[in-house]
Design a protein around this ligand. Structure first.
Ligand code: TYM
Length: 380
């Protein structure tokens, strides 16, 4: 039977069956053993690990082994800039910042102003550059270390990446790229080359790279793992996250291009309240009486899912909310109200950090200790 869901770097459709995806993509399930080892090395488990938001990996066991042996590793993630980031986009960045704190990691963040330009006929390059600036401020606001983080924009840093990019590109045939990314004869030649530029940062250091990202980015890493060793580098390791569901229902992923599906990082408190109250898909019953009698279903309720993914970090409290909702003690409106408060609290703090971050962009891009070293390196 064909799957009733699709996951590609550009599209997530249907109700994703994450166990099936592990099989399809040939990744590994994140086991309790690995989580225990992370907890042992890091001293605790991030909420997104406790709640299985990060659910799949490749070679994370190797990363932990190499870390224990003193070889270390670094982290790499990225963002295809768009007008506004939404709360789903923050998932890999919040988690990467936690890894940086716990393991004292160098972190590289690629901003693909080229990819966004090449993918969308109606978008011009000045636009994707402007969005890059705005998105970088949101990323810095997560709290990355200014001296151990390098944020680079492809159209600027490409000169330093180009020698390695052509070596990577030579290892990928057009038919592989076509099959991996769904390209065809009408695809522009820029987007055909682009995967080389998303692969190069996995080779920024001569030690293993760990990529925290949504599982939609996985096709790039499959290509990387086929060629890395032949170029004298390590196969990249990954830790994959699920998708924060859109406001409007448990299927697909929150997407910037569907405004009613998303809460943007710059939504004001009134907008957040209006969107949640109006659009948040509810797993509750049609009337108060029925809800009291039969209870709601948190597994499909988007407000509950968002609280569960990361907005309610307290394990005791989330369990209580789940029980109350399931038993009918809590109504949909009450659950939504909890989410509105949590979200507005989170966004208020984010906005304050972002204002400060706007003034720090040059540190992360050019002047911080890791950034300034990286501008002196040409990757071969
Ligand atoms: P982009 O901008 O589409 O997405 C940025 C990151 O956010 C993740 N993501 C989500 N995670 C959870 N829930 C969602 N609803 C959701 N929507 C998006 C994505 O998986 C991604 O991790 N080509 C990339 C940019 C890139 C990159 C990288 C990403 C370049 N190098 C290395 C990850 C790692 C892109 O357009 O991402």
């Amino acid at each position: 039977m064909p799957d009733d869901f699709t996951v590609t770097p550009w599209e997530v459709k249907g109700k994703v069956d994450y166990d099936k995806l592990i099989e399809q993509f040939g990744t590994q399930k994140l086991t309790d053993d690995i989580k225990q080892e992370i907890a042992r090395q890091a001293g605790e488990l991030h909420v997104m690990l406790r709640r299985n938001v990060f659910f799949s990996h490749r070679d994370l066991d190797l990363i932990l082994k190499e870390q224990a042996e003193g070889k270390g590793f670094y982290a790499y993630t990225g963002r295809g800039p768009s007008q506004a980031m939404h709360i789903g986009h923050l998932i890999p960045f919040l988690f990467t910042k936690w890894l940086q704190d716990k393991f004292d990691l160098d972190v590289y963040i690629e901003i693909t102003d080229d990819e966004k330009f090449l993918r969308n006929q109606e978008v011009d390059l000045d636009q994707t550059r402007e969005w890059s600036k705005e998105n970088i401020a949101d990323i810095i606001a997560v709290g990355f270390s200014p001296d151990k983080t390098f944020i680079f924009q492809d159209t600027e840093y490409v000169r330093n990446m180009y020698p390695l990019a052509v070596k990577v590109a030579k290892k990928i045939t057009f038919s592989e790229a076509k099959a991996t990314f769904g390209l065809d004869a009408s695809s522009n030649i820029g987007i055909i080359f682009y995967p080389a530029l998303q692969i190069v940062p996995t080779m920024f250091e001569k030690r293993r790279c760990l990529i925290p990202a949504g599982i939609d980015q996985d096709p790039y890493w499959r290509l990387q793992r086929d060629m890395a060793e032949s170029l004298g580098y390590f196969k990249a390791a990954q830790i994959h996250s699920k998708f924060l569901p859109p406001l409007t229902g448990p299927e697909g992923k929150m997407s910037s291009s569907v405004p009613e599906s998303a809460i943007y990082l710059d939504d004001d408190p009134k907008t957040v309240e209006r969107k949640i109250m109006k659009y948040a898909f509810s797993g509750g019953q049609a009337t108060v009486e029925l809800q009291r009698k039969y209870g709601g279903n948190p597994d499909v309720d988007v407000s509950f899912q968002w609280l569960y993914y990361y907005f309610e970090e307290d394990d005791q409290r989330i369990m209580r909310i789940e029980e109350d909702y399931r038993s009918g003690n809590m109504l949909s409106g009450e659950l939504k109200q909890i989410l509105v408060e949590k979200l507005n609290d989170f966004l208020e703090k984010h906005r304050a950090m972002r204002e400060k971050a706007m003034k720090e962009i040059n540190i992360y891009k050019y002047d911080g200790s890791l950034a300034s070293q990286m501008w002196k390196k040409v990757h071969e």
